[in-house]
Design a binder for this molecule. Structure first.
Ligand SMILES: *Cc1c(COP(=O)(O)O)cnc(C)c1O
Length: 457
């Protein structure tokens, strides 16, 4: 399997290079030259299903045995025997719980595997990398946990001091591994992101430390997420299933679209947004218009632009990378992008629905699910449930992806249900564990010196 960039001018690469590169050199995102049809599905463990679904994308770049071992190890970290269990919440309405991994958010499903793939490929090549990233919460802890056992990867995560929740901070700062480092930056999340960008733009620093990222545009993360859509359809007996997906960067719902392209029995995909509703507005108007970001109860969906949408746009442009690059450039300059009615009719209309859910709806949905089922759901999942109910598909079962454990957002859950959710057993002592972090000023030279000092390159 080969991969091409959505902007058409970066070199074609194989899976391992795409894994390590993340973003393409022309600023585009890598996609496979074609979406393969689903292979014959094995019965049994989730890891076996993951191995079967992902194999066509990896080809012989990772030996089949090695891939299976990585899948088994990655999903052994999940504290549920079904890895991603389905739970029924109403007639024809289900949750797929993607939060049984080490950091209680769905990002573990991809990052537990991708961390292992990084280490495997790097070991083969005799290389090491330094991952630097900025986080406002979930991504940092999932990335850290995914690479904490990797001999060939160091990681430094910057977070804004005092602006991430206690649970989120503790999940990052209590990891005791020699390759894991966190920085409590005196600044905002945007300051953290700006520093990371500046480090990547410093070509000699980047080369010296072999800098890398594991952000959500990495193809391997999207690929790993295709698997649970296939698992859900399979578990519900193969009938057409609609999915409702609490959406930020569009990575998760794009994986559902890919599962559908591969032939999985996916009916419709419902894109749930919070008040940061660029996607809802796009699906209603055919125009993508960027506005400012406002904070909500579902912070992991507080985005301005959904970066993974570019992969769908590339398909809408009949895989014309030049046209996609032009469109993205115009969008960056003007903050607006329009798609043609025929593109919309061909690609969006038959598959996607979209709905918006503000904080009041989010709380009301959490309260309603608690009242009717006794289950507590987190605010991101609540956006998905609300979107599913607003779009009310006709007859087919709807699976909402439950993207975070309620205990990850205890304040919002307590506000909606009157009861504070408890951390699962493996994290029950989180607040007693010693923290290790480095407070630093918002200064590029100081942060670069720190990153250099902890690199084992
Ligand atoms: C990251 C995240 C999302 C958004 O997923 P995308 O792939 O960016 O659309 C939703 N919910 C939670 C809990 C997350 O951590």
């Amino acid at each position: 399997m080969r991969y091409v960039s959505t902007r058409g001018s970066a070199p074609e690469l194989g899976f391992s290079d795409v894994l390590l590169a993340g973003l393409a050199t022309d600023g585009g995102l890598y996609v496979p030259t074609e979406y393969p049809t689903l292979p014959e599905l094995p019965t049994g463990r989730y890891a076996d299903l993951a191995h079967a679904v992902m194999s066509p994308y990896i080809g012989d770049e990772i030996a089949s045995d090695d891939l299976l071992r990585m899948c088994v190890d990655a999903y052994a970290t999940f504290r549920h025997p079904a890895t991603v269990p389905l739970v029924q919440i109403d007639t024809d309405e289900w949750l797929m719980e993607l939060f049984h991994g080490p950091t209680l958010a769905f990002k573990d499903v991809a990052l537990q595997l991708v961390g292992r793939m990084f280490d495997h490929v790097l070991a083969r090549r005799g290389e090491r990398i330094m991952i630097v990233g900025a986080t406002s919460g979930d991504t940092g802890s999932a990335a850290i946990d995914g690479v904490k056992a990797c001999g060939n990867v160091d990681i430094v995560i910057l977070y804004p001091e005092g602006r991430v929740s206690d649970v989120q901070r503790k999940q990052m700062t209590t990891v005791d591994a020699p390759n894991v480092h966190t920085v409590a930056l005196a600044g905002t999340f945007d300051d953290c992101q700006d520093l990371v960008k500046a480090m990547f733009n410093d070509a000699s620093f980047r080369a010296e430390l072999n800098l890398s990222a594991v952000n959500s545009i990495n193809w391997a993360r999207v690929m790993a997420q295709v698997v649970y859509y296939v698992a859900a359809v399979d578990a519900l007996g193969g009938q057409p299933v609609t999915f409702s997906v609490p959406t930020g960067n569009f990575g998760n719902v794009l994986a559902g679209w890919i599962a559908r392209e591969m032939g999985a029995s996916v009916d419709e995909l419902i894109v749930g947004s919070n008040t940061n509703d660029i996607l809802t507005r796009f699906f209603a108007s055919r125009a993508m218009t960027a506005t400012g970001v406002v904070p909500t109860l579902s912070p992991s969906m507080d985005i301005q632009v959904s970066s993974n949408f570019e992969r769908l746009l590339f398909e809408m442009n009949a895989r014309d990378g030049g046209a996609t690059a032009e469109q993205m450039n115009r969008f960056r300059q003007s903050g607006r992008m329009d798609v043609e009615p025929d593109q919309y009719a061909r690609w969006i209309e038959p598959v996607f629905r979209a709905a918006r859910c503000d904080d009041a709806d989010t709380l009301a949905t959490m309260a309603d699910v608690y009242r009717t089922t006794g289950m507590q759901i987190d605010p991101h999942t609540a956006v998905g449930v609300s979107a599913a109910r607003q779009c009310a598909p006709h007859g087919s079962p709807v699976v909402t992806l439950a993207t975070a454990h309620p205990a990850k957002f205890p304040d919002a859950v307590e506000r909606a249900t009157g009861r504070r959710p408890e951390l699962p057993e493996h994290l029950a002592d989180l607040f007693e564990r010693p923290e290790r972090t480095t407070p630093l000023p918002n200064d590029l030279a100081t942060v670069q010196a720190f990153v250099r000092s902890v690199s084992r390159h």
